[in-house]
Write a protein that binds this ligand. Structure first.
Ligand SMILES: *[C@@H]1O[C@H](CO)[C@@H](O)[C@H](O)[C@H]1NC(C)=O
Ligand SMILES: *[C@@H]1O[C@H](CO)[C@@H](O)[C@H](O)[C@H]1NC(C)=O
Ligand SMILES: *[C@@H]1O[C@H](CO)[C@@H](O)[C@H](O)[C@H]1NC(C)=O
Ligand SMILES: *[C@@H]1O[C@H](CO)[C@@H](O)[C@H](O)[C@H]1NC(C)=O
Ligand SMILES: *[C@@H]1O[C@H](CO)[C@@H](O)[C@H](O)[C@H]1NC(C)=O
Ligand SMILES: *[C@@H]1O[C@H](CO)[C@@H](O)[C@H](O)[C@H]1NC(C)=O
Ligand SMILES: *[C@@H]1O[C@H](CO)[C@@H](O)[C@H](O)[C@H]1NC(C)=O
Ligand SMILES: *[C@@H]1O[C@H](CO)[C@@H](O)[C@H](O)[C@H]1NC(C)=O
Ligand SMILES: *[C@@H]1O[C@H](CO)[C@@H](O)[C@H](O)[C@H]1NC(C)=O
Length: 666
């Protein structure tokens, strides 16, 4: 169901309503299509108490300026480089203007009386109050009906359209219950009051791909031996590839620079970590573990046989790079949702963002406020975590690595745009976010959309999510091919079908259909097109259905950087194994940035925050990857080339060069 969002200036109001609505009022929102799943039933009884929320128009000036603000603290040439904002600064900057709040409050009081208790939410985006159905119908010149979902047994309360005074319209985003309903249990309609209840949504593909595993071949007996890095990547191989040394195990480290790692529905085992430390490092004691920041019922570690390939991999890669710096685990969602929610979820990351920024729980943008009840988990969850949704309970770490994601096509654009705004706000506050760029090259996961996971009729490239958001750093995957050494350049991973791993694997890359190309990336991408024009037709502005093109020529390019992502030595479920995936690349690159932050903190500077503008202006601090492709959708995908490319981005880290550059900045 698509909702037509306001303002509707030339209103064609139906006759019954038209008689009742004064000329001073206008239609603010109207449903433009009937839902086939929700059936309109009885009028809501007048005494039923409804939780009313009025989303105030975000400060549009702030929304327009936000990108400039981010560049101001992130661009190497900026006077204000590194001067990140506090969370309160961010809330203040984005909050609606005071006159909006006053105008809307005055209007409510004039209709419902001065005594009506109206709350202005902590994040300033909402006015909230309770009203009976009768009161609300008077206020909005509308009628509320129950809508039943025959299949799911769910009930929601909505109206077909509602009205507000003309002079109020400019201050309001939208109102619930309105065209967008509030959900209730059928039984609650017989009570005197109710709260929005628990309900599921439609089942979308839950597109995270676990890292690919295979039984280990013979393992080199000497973990610091570099001759076998083409067989298995150990911590020693990564040190040689990216030119860094472990820190002294006794080094004094900042208590405020723990490296954050996101996990969902996949859990680490301490025994696996211990086995890894014992076999592959000399400096990490058994028992070394992340600090758990459990979110909405998420918890870890688990018994060794329940461990997941993603979590074990992430910590086995990151800890050896940063030790004795610590890691922080953001383990999200109760098992019911984390493991697929009985087919009811499709959203991802919103509960995590809620937990590290309380204002996001009720943040309104792009017509969506707070979590999306049709996509995100709802807490309390009678099937699992029975506490309240966790909002603002943890501080974001300076660096966060995410090896999860879906495809753009799996989630509505407004959901992704709202989430992307939050990534921008985290950047403003000095948090660097790294995301695995995906494991299916230019394509998607088989069966997601078309049979081969690609768009339109299975020919158009399918960009990954949240990667297409311009305000985070995407990490593609490289590989040391058989017979090559760590002293030679790496290549993009291309594991063809029939490879011992499960299926094919190539580094996720391409161009967003939702987000336009950001300024910091424009010249790098233009150079790629000028010097290495891909042999495929293309289209503009994400319009992939209305041309023969295969990719969006003016979308945000993916990835930004790369790191090793194939044949990584790991322990999972008590066994030694090799794993691959951009799942590995993200924690490796992120860990190196965590070390840079440590050096900056020691020198009295702040964390680096959003690093893309610095890197695109200084590509020389990365090892350019020039060999390889990222096949998908029946093509060879894009090709690596000198400079940025949509396979490995700007390349892999040259740690000493990156450190020197970031230390030279304010
Ligand atoms: C492992 O290899 C390194 C580098 O070649 C060498 O210095 C070290 O002595 C070897 N250790 C063992 C136990 O063989
Ligand atoms: C760490 O952060 C806390 C509070 O955020 C602050 O009081 C403390 O000074 C910081 N410590 C260091 C070493 O920066
Ligand atoms: C550390 O843990 C591993 C895995 O359980 C075990 O093999 C090893 O003996 C332990 N080392 C010490 C010093 O306890
Ligand atoms: C790990 O260390 C144990 C004990 O030294 C050894 O038996 C085993 O082969 C090692 N495993 C790997 C994968 O190197
Ligand atoms: C899963 O959903 C189906 C259909 O809505 C329902 O019958 C079943 O009880 C649910 N299972 C759990 C474990 O909630
Ligand atoms: C593009 O076309 C496909 C297949 O005809 C359809 O499923 C999809 O919804 C269309 N997408 C858009 C954005 O119009
Ligand atoms: C897919 O659609 C494009 C554009 O309409 C067309 O040129 C192409 O032949 C189609 N491919 C398949 C496999 O149907
Ligand atoms: C781990 O190794 C044991 C013994 O070699 C084997 O029985 C078991 O299936 C392996 N587990 C996995 C997950 O491969
Ligand atoms: C270049 O990449 C291809 C895979 O695309 C690989 O087979 C080849 O070995 C790589 N060449 C070098 C020099 O690593």
């Amino acid at each position: 169901m698509r909702l037509l969002l306001l303002p509707l200036l030339a209103a064609t109001v139906d006759l019954v309503a038209a008689r009742a609505v004064p000329a001073s009022h206008v239609v603010h929102e109207r449903r433009d299509a009937r839902s086939t799943t929700w059936v309109k039933r009885d009028r809501v009884e007048p005494h039923i108490q409804l939780p009313v929320r009025i989303g105030l128009k975000q400060n549009t000036q702030a929304m327009e300026q936000a990108q400039a603000w981010l560049m101001d603290v992130s661009h190497p040439g900026s006077e204000s480089y590194g001067q990140h904002w506090s969370q309160n600064d961010v809330i203040r900057a984005f909050q609606p203007a005071d006159d909006s709040v006053t105008a809307v409050r005055d209007w409510i009081s004039s209709v419902l009386g001065e005594k009506k208790q109206i709350t202005h939410t902590d994040n300033k985006a909402w006015l909230a109050f309770d009203a009976s159905a009768a009161e609300l119908e008077t206020l909005l010149h509308t009628q509320y009906h129950e809508h039943h979902d025959a299949a799911g047994g769910r009930v929601k309360i909505t109206c077909d359209e509602y009205h507000v005074p003309k002079h109020i319209q400019e201050h309001i985003d939208y109102i619930t219950p309105g065209v967008k309903g509030v959900h209730v249990h059928a039984s609650e309609l017989r009570k005197r009051s109710f709260k929005p209840g628990h309900h599921g949504g439609y089942g979308g593909p839950f597109g995270w791909q676990p890292p690919k595993q295979r039984p280990a071949p013979h393992m080199p007996q000497n973990g610091s031996e570099l001759a076998t890095c083409d067989v298995a990547i150990t911590p020693a191989c990564l040190q040689a590839l990216y030119n860094f040394q472990p820190l002294s195990p006794h080094a004094k480290v900042s208590p405020n620079n723990s490296m954050g790692i996101f996990e969902e529905g996949d859990f680490y085992s301490q025994q696996d970590l211990n086995s890894f430390f014992t076999n592959f490092t000399s400096y990490i004691p058994n028992g070394t573990h992340p600090t758990l920041n459990g979110i909405d019922g998420g918890s870890a570690p688990v018994a060794v046989l329940d461990a997941g390939g993603e979590s074990d991999l992430d910590f086995e890669l990151a800890i050896p790079i940063i030790y004795p710096q610590t890691t922080t685990l953001y383990q999200t969602d109760d098992l019911y949702y984390a493991e697929g929610g009985n087919g009811t979820t499709g959203g991802i990351f919103n509960t995590f963002l809620d937990a590290i920024d309380g204002s996001y729980c009720t943040y309104a943008a792009y017509g969506e406020t707070g979590n999306d009840p049709t996509l995100d988990p709802t807490y309390p969850d009678p099937n699992g975590y029975t506490g309240k949704l966790m909002c603002g309970v943890y501080k974001p770490t300076n660096v966060i690595s995410i090896s999860y994601g879906e495809q753009e096509q799996d989630l509505p654009a407004y959901y992704q745009q709202r989430q992307c705004n939050e990534f921008l706000k985290l950047g403003l506050q000095g948090t660097s976010i790294f995301v695995a760029s995906g494991d299916t090259g230019v394509g998607g996961i088989n069966g997601d959309g078309a049979a081969n996971g690609c768009l339109r009729n299975g020919t158009v490239f399918s960009p990954t999510q949240p990667n297409s958001c311009p305000w985070l750093t995407n990490v593609g995957a490289t590989k040391v091919y058989p017979g090559r050494t760590v002293y030679e350049p790496e290549s993009a991973v291309v594991d063809t079908p029939g490879h011992p791993y499960r299926g094919a694997f190539s580094s996720g890359g391409g161009f967003s259909n939702i987000f336009p190309i950001p300024a910091y990336q424009a010249s790098a991408v233009a150079t790629y097109f000028a010097d290495h024009n891909p042999p495929y037709p293309y289209y503009f502005n994400g319009q992939y259905n209305s041309s023969d093109g295969l990719y969006n020529r003016n979308g945000r390019g993916i990835p930004d950087v790369a790191a090793n992502g194939d044949n990584l030595a790991t322990y999972v479920d008590g066994n030694f194994t090799l794993e691959g995936g951009t799942s590995a690349s993200s924690p490796i690159f992120a860990a190196l940035v965590n070390r840079i932050n440590e050096e900056r903190i020691k020198a009295g500077k702040g964390p680096v925050g959003f690093i893309n503008p610095v890197l695109y202006n200084n590509p020389g601090v990365l090892n350019d990857i020039v060999n390889g492709t990222n096949p998908g959708c029946g093509t060879d995908g894009f090709s690596c080339a000198e400079g940025w490319d949509p396979v490995t981005g700007l390349g892999t880290a040259n740690y000493p060069k990156m450190l020197k550059l970031f230390m030279s900045l304010k």
